[in-house]
Design a protein around this ligand. Sequence first.
Ligand code: SF4
Length: 747
Amino acid sequence: MSLKRNLGLDILSEKYAYATDETTGYTSARKIPDRWVATTCGYCSVGCGMFVGVKDGRAVAVRGNPGHPVNSGRLCPKGLAEHYTLEAPNRAKYPLLRQNGKLTRVSWDEALDVMVENFLAVQTKHGPEALGVISTGQLVTEEFYTLGKLVQLGFGTSNYDGNTTLCMSTAVSGYKRSFGSDGPPGAYEDLQKADVIFLIGANIAENHPILCQHLEANPRKTLIVADPRVTKTAMMADLFLPLRPRSDIALINGMIHVLIQAKMIDRDYIARHTTGFEELAQSVRKYTPRYVSEITGLEEELILKVAFLYGNAGAAFIGWTMGVNHSTKGTETVNAINNLALITGNIGRAGASPFSITGQCNAMGTRESGFASSLPGYRKFESADDREELAGLWGIPQERIPAARGLAYPDIVEAAVKKKIRALWVIATNPIVSFPNLDVLRQSLESVEFLVVQDGFHPTPTSELAHMVLPAAIWGEKEGTYTNSERRVSKVNRAVDPPGEARSDFEIFLTVAKKLGCYDELFPGWTTPQDAFEEWKSVSAGRLCDYSGMTYELIEQHGGIQWPFPQGTQDVATSRLYSDGRFQTEDGRAKLFCVEWEPFPEQPNHEFPLILNTGRTVEHWHTRTKTGQVPILERMAPNAWLEMNPKDAHQLKLRPHDHVDVVSRRGRISSVELRVTEIVAPGQVFVPFHFAETNANQVTQSAFDPISREPNYKQSAVRVEKSGEQRGKRRPRRWSLWPRRRRSSSQ
Ligand code: SF4
C-alpha cells in the first residue's frame, strides 16, 4: 500500500467511480466497455450466449445475451466472472524449454523446431505409435478438426485421445451401441415440454445451473432425481430417490420390469424400431421391486411409483451426467437408460428423450470432428466405406486412415509407464489433478522422454513436469465454434489479444504442420479457423452431424444452430434426432441391450469402511487452473471439504470443521475440513475434486469402463481419520501434489 493510501489521501476515486452505461445502467465506471463482443461461454456444455465488454483492449465485463435461446441473458457465477480468467496471474505467456533442468524462455521458432525434432526422433527410433497426444474438450471445433488431421495423418500416430474420456466417453459408447452413432437425441426445449423429467446422477443445479431455468419454465412437470447424495438438484425434486451408490442399473431394470408387467410399454414402437426386446424382457424378469429394493435400498412402493410416473407420462425425459458416466458399468447404464426410453417410445418427440448432459464447453465438438475415438463425422474406423469416403474427401490413399482407433487416454497413460509411449503432447488439460490414481499418472508423465504441455496457464501441476510449455490463447482470445449438449453450434469470438506471445491453438497446429512438412497436403492455404470450418462442413455433409448448411453469419444471427443442418435448410428450428424412428444401425433399428447390475469394484471393508464419492461445486471448474485465479469464485470456495453423515462423525468422534485425512489403498488426502451433514448417507463421504492442494485423485482407483475406458471416480473404499492421528504403526505414505523432483520455471 502506498504512503498516500496509508495517510488516507488516496481514496481510490478511480476504482470507486460510478457512471451510467446505456446497456447495464449505473455501474462501476471501470466496467463500462468501449464495445461488447458476442461469444459463447467457455466453461460448460450448456453453451450460454454472452457478451464480453472490452475497454482499451482489455476485457472488463461480461453479461448474458438476452436474445440467446440457451440462457435468455442469464449466466451462472463462473460465466459472470469469466473475463477475469483472461488476465489471471498464471497465464502462460512465452514458449519455455527445459534446459539444465530449468524451464527457460525460447522463441516460438526454436520451441516448435525442438518439439517436432524430438517427436520425430522418438517415432523414428520406436515407431510412429510411440507418440501419444492427450487433448481436451476446451478447444474450438476448428482446432479439433485440424489437430485430428495433424496427429493422425501428419504425425501418423493413432494414440490420440482427450480428457473427454474422463467425462463423456461413456455417453458416446452408450449412444453408439444403442443407436449406431454418437449424438444426444434431444434438446433443452424438452425440459420445458416433458411431463416427467428423470435425472440420474446429474446435479445440474451445481454443474449446469442455467439448465434449471428450462426446468422452471415447465410448471406441470414432475421432477424425479436419483442420486446417492442429497444434492442441490435433489432438493428441487418432486420425488427424490436416494439410491445406494451404483445401483442405478438395478433401478432402471426394475422400472422396465414393472412397465412390461403392467403393459405400459409401446409395443408398436418396439416392433417397428428396435431389436432385442424378447431377450431384454427375459433378462429383467428377476428385477422385481423386492429384488431392486434389496439392491438400491429404496422402498418397493417408491420403485413402483417412479415406474408408473415414467410409464404414464405423455413425454418423459431422462438426463444424466457423471453419476452414470464415472463408472465401470457406465456404458451399460447408458444402454439401460436408452432401453427404458425406447420401450416406452420416449425418443424423437418433444419432451421425450434420453439425454446426456455433456461436461466441457466443446466436448461435443471433438466428438463430432476430432478423429480420436471416431473418424470425423461420426464415421467408424472399422468401416471400409467410411474410410474410403473420407480418403476421397481428403484426396489421400485410404491406407493412411487407421482401421482401428488407437489407445484411449488411460491406455496411453499405461503405455507411457511401460515405455511404449515415449513422447507425449498434452493440450489444455491438467491430468496431474484430473486423472485417477495420481501415483500411476505421475509415473507415466515422468517416464516419457519428451513431454510437451500446451496450455493457456502455467505453472500448473502438469506443466511443471513438462520439457516444453507452449502458451496458448484461451476463450475470449480466439475464434471458432463450440457445440453444446443439445447439438447447438455457437460462435466463439475473439474479444482481446492473448497475453505475451501466446498463440491460438489453431495457429500452433498450423505452424507445427509447416515444420513437419504436411501443411500443404493437409491444410492447403489455411490461415484462419474459417478455412477449417469450411472443410469440416464438407466432411460433415450427409452425416448425422451435418453442418453443411451453416455459415458463421447464420450461426451468429440465430444464437447457434443445432445440427443436423444440411445445405439448403431454411428453417432454423429446434431439432431432435430419430424422430422418424430410423437409427444409425445397419438395419435402421435401435438395439436393446440386456445389462446386469453388479456391485462396484472396490467394496468397503473393515480397514476402508466408507465409500468416497467425488464431484463438483458450482464455483469451480475442473482443476481450478481457471477459476482458482478468479477472486470472487475463489473467495466463495477456497478449499476442499469432506462431507460426512452425523452418524459416522459421531462414531469416529469427529466434529464439524475438524481437519481430517482421507485414506485409501493408494494414498491419502491430507487435512480436509470436515462438514458433518445429512447430504450424504451413513457409510458414504464426498469430496470435491477441483483442488490440487487436496487432490482427490490421490485416493481414487485405476478402474475403467471396459467399453468407454472412462474412470470409476465415484466409489472408492476409504477410511477417514483426524489429521495428525494416523492409526497403527504403518504410517501411510504422504502424497504431495507436486513432482518429487520439484522443477523451477524461469517464466
Ligand atoms: S451454465 Fe455453463 S455455459 Fe452457462 S454460464 Fe455457467 S458455466 Fe457458462
